[in-house]
Design a protein around this ligand. Sequence first.
Ligand code: GLU
Length: 469
Amino acid sequence: MTVRVRFAPSPTGMFHVGGARSALQNWIFARQQGGVFVLRVEDTDAARNRPEWTEGILSALDWIGIARGSYEGPYFQSSYAAEHRAAAQRLHEGGRAYYCDCTREAVQARTGSQYSGYDGFCRDRGLPAGEGRALRFRTPDTGETVVVDLIRGEPTFENRLIEDFVIARGDGSPVFLLANVVDDMTMGITHVIRAEEHLPNTPKQQLLWDALGVKPPVWAHVPVVVNEKRQKLSKRRDKVALEAYRDEGYLADAMRNYLMLLGWAPSGDREIVPWSVIEDEFRLDEVNPSPAFFDEKKLRAFNGDYIRALPVDEFVAACRPWLTGTDTIAPPPWQPEEFDEAAFAAVAPLAQTRIAVLSEIVPNVDFLFLASPNIEEAAWAKAMKEGAAELLDATVAAYEGLASWDAESLKATLEAVGAERGLKLGKAQAPVRVAVTGRTVGLPLFESLEVLGRERTLARLRAARLRLP
Ligand code: GLU
């Protein structure tokens, strides 16, 4: 039997990192088993779905290595409506489902509680189909449903505690629980690897598989992803969109490596490993069922390591989207014609060791491409203390006479200027750095001045001096 797995996102928003994690696990599992990965877009909730979210998911999957064309699909759940309805019909005809006209209020009035499930009132009324009548699945009164789950063992559910749940609404449209099962059947899915949030649905879905006469798949419910407060990662509270991480400058390799560590680890004391190792070593049945902490700080550090490990030319190429802007990344603050490829290449190695996400390249190099630096007010106030005017005057004078405009001479010269005023190099650098780059921190100063060049450096030092009393 060929293993067939599926990833079945609902396109109701940006692509959640937890979803990306599940997609990768499905992807690797399929490859390890010589199986097939199917992508199914669960787009039946017309009110909440948007085509651009679907496109966002496809392109984000592509970004982390699940490339279009290398999987089966995408299939769209909305094109299988006839199959969903036919299955609902079959369940009704076989006596496994019945029509119900109870309102929520009526059920509550009978049971005296808004929390108890459906009380089975219409079970034996034999109502025919009709406007406003929902179709309910008749769950067994006895026995238990055992879910075979590769990660969680065999969670067991008592059937009498499972209410007769709705499978088609009053307007005849099948609900998610049924559509999802019918699609998995239609697509020959053998393993359902999905988020833990769906575990409560699973006994109901397995009852549907049984009732439709098909052997249920093997399940694997991968752990919920939580924030530092152990709350489920939510799009309203946390940064969850894979696209947001991509546009901030996380590398795809760092991201997918990190995502695979949510609930699993490679052998040895390693966390940063090549993708090929993960593909070899990952075992679905070794995934830890406990909630997995999505540690953004750790991911950031991880990404910094990945950035530093790039060959410089790859780093330069990876920075390009932030140096030019794209349809999802804002353009940099300089004019395109001001960008100087050679100047960027000269400082790139210095930046590479200092940034954790690629978008940070912009504030580190903008001084090279802006006509005049963008001086932060706070930086100015901090650096331009008493004595700054004299220091700038002396630096300009000394730099004007410099025979060779190189980092070493620039440093030695400023060191001497500072020493005459009893200032250590760090103190003497501060006004110069702010005058030239606009910031108090950044790339090594003297290398920066070398690349910026004599004329522009001197012009900026003079301009800053003029602003001072
Ligand atoms: N469309 C469902 C979701 O996005 C997935 C259901 C499943 O994987 O079975 O949560």
